[in-house]
Design a protein around this ligand. Structure first.
Ligand SMILES: [Zn+2]
Length: 188
């Protein structure tokens, strides 16, 4: 099943946004809920509850000179990734136990080796960057995908982490993530 983002009608300007994030473009603190869209097709381990759909909230910056819209990903949901963070950590753990990507694909996930190889590639690509992000945020040095994600979650919000993640890993797409119709994006 290919991932599809379906734009659904939201309630522009709805209030009660106490947990509303600041605008990532201009820092303005007053953003309104703008609409939601659905992300579907997340990978789940066999036997786990299948998460068919995750609803993503979008916001509209109320600063007249800005007016950007942006998304706030729920906990565990990563930009352009069909694995939840907990599942990337699971793959990482299994690799650390000495299992191969082939073993993980066949015996743990029952899915295409190609998908698991993309997940492994993502973990390897993102880990050094997480180390730099953590060092910049705290002045401390940590290594390892699991340690770094756990440590960073103690120093920044999920919104902050996923915004950094997106802008660093997908710089050429950063201007397009807010368009849910932009479907020509590879996910792992
Ligand atoms: Zn703004």
């Amino acid at each position: 099943m290919s991932p599809v983002n379906n734009l659904t009608n939201g309630k522009p300007g709805s209030k009660g946004n106490l947990s509303c994030p600041n605008c990532p473009y201009c820092g303005f603190g007053r953003c309104w809920k703008h609409s939601t869209y659905k992300r579907i097709g997340f990978h789940r381990l066999p036997g786990e509850q299948q998460h068919g759909t995750v609803t993503i909230q979008r916001y509209l910056c109320r600063r007249p000179s800005c007016g950007h819209t942006f998304s706030k990903l729920p906990e565990e949901v990563l930009p352009y990734c069909r694995f939840f963070l907990v599942d990337l950590l699971c793959i990482n753990d299994t690799l650390a136990e000495g299992k191969s990507a082939y073993w993980i694909a066949k015996y743990q996930w029952s899915m295409s080796l190609r998908v698991i190889l993309r997940a492994v590639s993502l973990i390897r690509r993102v880990t050094p960057w997480l180390g730099r992000l953590y060092r910049e945020a705290t002045g401390k040095v940590e290594t390892g995908f699991q340690t770094l994600t756990q440590s960073l979650r103690k120093t920044m919000s999920w919104f902050g982490l996923t915004r950094h993640w997106f802008h660093t890993l997908y710089p050429c797409r950063a201007g397009h993530i807010f368009d849910p119709h932009n479907l020509d994006i590879k996910r792992c």
